[in-house]
Design a protein around this ligand. Structure first.
Ligand SMILES: [Zn+2]
Length: 823
């Protein structure tokens, strides 16, 4: 009996778990000698989970291309049997669940391969998992490790599949070889070509949306985002570079050093080169290091040399061969080293984590927001994704910083949205809503302003006292009903949701008009741009009423049914100022020369937000298309000088003269500069002789200050107040001004002909963010949005990219206006 009992315990684990294999055994090749496809990585994680009681492996969703999004939870067997308690204790500790707890465990989250072509990191994920449970399980006594082996599987497989097709056997380390030159758009971004390491906060992408749910269930104390950089750089790990966001706590700053020094110890032992405190700053809240930091964790980026150029091996500029095996070994070492540090500092991590979530001394207590109800809804949806609490005010005047005027002011809070910092995630609230981000240095890796009241185009006041709010009644949508005797229906026009409604109408062949004048029917006033759907236009459509009502109810648009076409005043339905909106055939350029991120935002916008068809045309066969098949051509940001060279440009010009419309975004407008009939001239360009150092005087800027000096001409994402001509269709649905996110210092003069629709007149008004003195000077008297007419057609200039990362909600209507309303 006893014998059988012992035998049972010897065999039992084998029966359940079988034989755990190393990644190399499982995959059938030595790890680091091939790139593993995402499915193989998933396969290995499944294998480990099936063969170890220390690992659970779960799915958290699917990508756009239906690849699995997954995470492994790894800890000691004892902890694994108690996992749910560990998870909930962690949330209780910081007030996210009711009840008290003093957790004895800490949580470390490792995210791999957010940039698909930084491909050593998913290999390192497999290696790290295996070594962790076979060689370093002592780290796991009080540490729960979460491993996401592939944050961006679509991007990874885009890279890996391409590489496997072109690589040689043995691999060719010459930087000239094809295998080191990824074709456009490369494997870095996801399916819609978004950079997922800029999307944590805006959560526009399905990968982010699904990951945030799991992240918020666990709330780790440490988060590492594994990356790769150019092939010549030594390894980078924490501490990060300045500027640090001022919200970071002393402990978060110090612990970056604690972790960095432990990594350094292991790297010194191996003789590996590294750097810290340079290049990778901690400011913009949408990264895989800053987002976790603002959610209380020690968030860090680790950067290995490599990325899409490196392949299995490449000779770099220092004549060193950089191999995938080395890249993987470095990432494995820092991953394990980070878990080691966590295991030595459990009590401090847990204690300080709790402290982070008590928010007594923040600058502002409440942000009170009012305005466009669709934009308010979009904002609350974003807050929901981050589990940030909000409520609605009962009324009364609230004083504080007024965002619109940039000074002290007040707001009538009746029904206003209130987001307060007296909640666990209060620090994140402050980071997102505060009007000005404090910068210790302008040399930063990303944008310096993102304040949400501006991004969502809302009236807002930041108050230093707490504003009472309750759950409130979100205004219920009252479904529309059919009015068979109506001469027509009118619907407002001031948000992306209205544009979605229009898109649905056009797709369903319902004829619709817009009014370029204000309307007055049945005692109701409607602004410019309002949609009019008349019975007369749709008399051949027997399902007109039912289809229209169905679409309006689906998109939650309120219709006013007018019994007559006769207006209370001025503009009737049949007025010359009421125009039919044509079903537009839209082409968007993509491919070599275009900016893949900018193209990606257009693709994502039309396909998932506006839900209106576009035809993507590659730049390499542009000269072969039949231009007359299209009404609108959109040029994403890019460099078009060689794409639209003379012959092609002439065709384009003819098409415009015959009625075509170009929408040029950001850097794309440059292709029209100085061309006859497009009225576009640069602002503040120095003449050749001024650039000459002899006439300008000697350059006495010290060498050591060259980097800082270069910031004079820099704008790295700052918010500007722009004056709008909202009588022009491009600005329908907006007020007299607009807060724009300016991403660069390119500046163009007012058009002498055509329409200057959005502009900075006289002195600029930078509302938030950094602008160098020379760059700022150039913005005086410059256009932001404009329309040049040529023959029967026109070009719409959108100098500021209104779709940038899909987060500037209030800018999106400009794109719909440009496509559908601008004549
Ligand atoms: Zn990266």
């Amino acid at each position: 009996m006893k014998f059988r009992f012992v035998l049972f315990f010897l065999i039992f684990p084998l029966l359940i778990f079988g034989q755990l294999q190393s990644p190399s055994q499982f995959l059938g090749y030595e790890l680091g000698t091939q790139f593993s496809r995402h499915a193989d990585v998933v396969g290995y994680f499944e294998h480990v989970a099936a063969h170890s009681a220390m690992v659970k492996y779960r799915d958290y969703g699917k990508t756009n291309e239906r690849r699995r999004l997954t995470y492994a939870v790894v800890s000691s067997e004892e902890n694994m049997s108690n996992l749910e308690t560990i998870r909930t204790d962690n949330l209780k500790n910081i007030g996210l669940l009711p009840g008290e707890s003093t957790p004895k465990k800490t949580i470390v989250w490792l995210s791999y391969n957010v940039h698909g072509n930084e491909a050593s990191s998913s290999e390192a994920a497999m290696n790290t998992l295996y070594k962790l449970i076979t060689e370093h399980s002592d780290y796991l006594k009080d540490v729960v490790v979460i491993i996401d082996p592939g944050v961006n599987p679509d991007g990874r497989d885009r890279y890996v599949n391409w590489y496997n097709q072109v690589k040689r056997k043995p691999y060719n380390p010459s930087p000239d070889a094809t295998e080191h030159h990824e074709p456009w758009p490369g494997g870095r971004p996801n399916h819609y070509l978004f950079d997922l390491n800029r999307d944590w906060m805006w959560a526009s992408q399905v990968e982010t949306q699904q990951r945030l749910k799991v992240y918020n269930e666990w709330m780790p104390q440490i988060h590492v985002d594994f990356h790769e950089q150019f092939i010549n750089n030594p390894y980078y790990f924490a501490p990060g570079a300045q500027p640090y966001h001022e919200i970071l706590t002393p402990f978060q700053r110090e612990f970056q050093y604690t972790i960095g020094k432990n990594n350094a110890k292991h790297f010194d032992k191996e003789g590996w080169l590294y750097f810290t405190r340079e290049s990778f700053d901690l400011l913009y809240p949408s990264y895989g290091d800053t987002y976790p930091l603002f959610m209380g964790a020690i968030g860090m980026t680790y950067e290995q040399a490599g990325h899409g150029m490196a392949g299995l091996g490449i000779i770099n500029d220092e004549d060193i061969e950089l191999t995938l095996k080395d890249r993987m070994a470095h990432h494995t070492t820092t991953g394990l080293s980070t878990i080691e540090v966590a295991s030595q500092n459990v009590a401090a991590l847990v204690r300080e984590f709790r402290k982070f979530f008590t928010n007594d001394n923040l600058k502002f207590k409440s942000f009170v927001l009012k305005g466009n109800s669709d934009n308010i809804n979009a904002l609350t949806q974003l807050l929901d994704r981050h589990q940030i609490q909000y409520g609605f005010a009962k009324g009364g005047t609230v004083k504080g910083f007024n965002f619109r005027d940039g000074k002290k002011g007040s707001i009538d809070s009746e029904g206003a949205l209130v987001v307060s910092t007296n909640q666990p995630r209060g620090k994140m609230v402050e980071v997102l809503f505060e009007p000005h981000t404090h910068l210790t240095t302008p040399i930063t890796y990303d944008i310096t302003a993102w304040s949400l009241p501006y991004a969502f185009g809302l009236e807002a006041v930041a108050s230093t006292s707490l504003v009472a709010a309750d759950k409130g009644e979100v205004e219920k949508f009252v479904p529309n009903v059919i009015h068979t005797s109506a001469a027509g229906y009118i619907s407002k026009w001031n948000s992306l949701d209205d544009a979605r409604f229009l898109s649905e109408l056009l797709k369903n062949k319902i004829k619709v008009r817009y009014s370029e004048k204000k309307l007055s029917f049945g005692g109701n006033e409607f602004d410019r741009g309002s949609l009019i759907i008349t019975r007369s236009d749709n008399k051949d459509n027997p399902d007109f009423d039912s289809k229209l009502i169905e679409i309006a109810n689906k998109t939650k648009r309120e219709l006013y049914a007018s019994p007559t076409s006769f207006a209370d005043a001025h503009t009737d339905f049949g007025s010359q100022y009421v125009h039919l909106i044509k079903d537009k055939k839209i082409a968007v350029l993509q491919g070599e020369g275009t900016n893949s991120l900018s193209y990606g935002t257009l693709w994502h916008f039309f396909e998932t937000q506006l839900q209106y068809p576009i035809t993507a045309i590659n730049t390499d066969y542009l000269d072969k298309i039949q231009w007359s098949d299209y009404d609108v051509l959109i040029l994403p940001q890019g460099n078009y000088k060689s794409i639209l060279e003379e012959g092609v440009f002439t065709k384009l010009e003819n098409w415009i003269s015959n009625g075509g419309k170009v929408i040029a975004i950001g850097s794309a407008v440059a292709v029209f500069e100085g061309k006859e009939g497009f009225h576009l001239k640069k602002n503040g360009e120095k003449k050749e002789e001024e650039k000459d150092s002899v006439s300008a005087g000697p350059n006495l800027i010290p060498y050591a200050e060259r980097e800082m000096d270069s910031t004079k001409d820099l704008i790295t994402g700052s918010i500007y107040k722009v004056t709008l001509d909202n009588t022009h269709p491009l600005a329908f649905g907006y007020g007299h001004d607009y807060f724009s996110l300016k991403l660069g210092s390119d500046s163009y003069k007012f058009l002498p002909d055509g329409y200057n629709v959005g502009y900075i007149k006289g002195d600029f008004e930078s509302v938030s963010g950094f602008a160098g003195e020379e760059a700022a000077e150039k913005l005086k008297n410059s256009i932001v949005f404009a329309q040049a007419k040529k023959g029967k057609g026109s070009v719409v200039y959108l100098l500021d990219d209104v779709l940038f990362r899909s987060f500037w909600q209030n800018g999106k209507l400009f794109m719909a206006n440009a496509v559908f309303l601008v004549q």
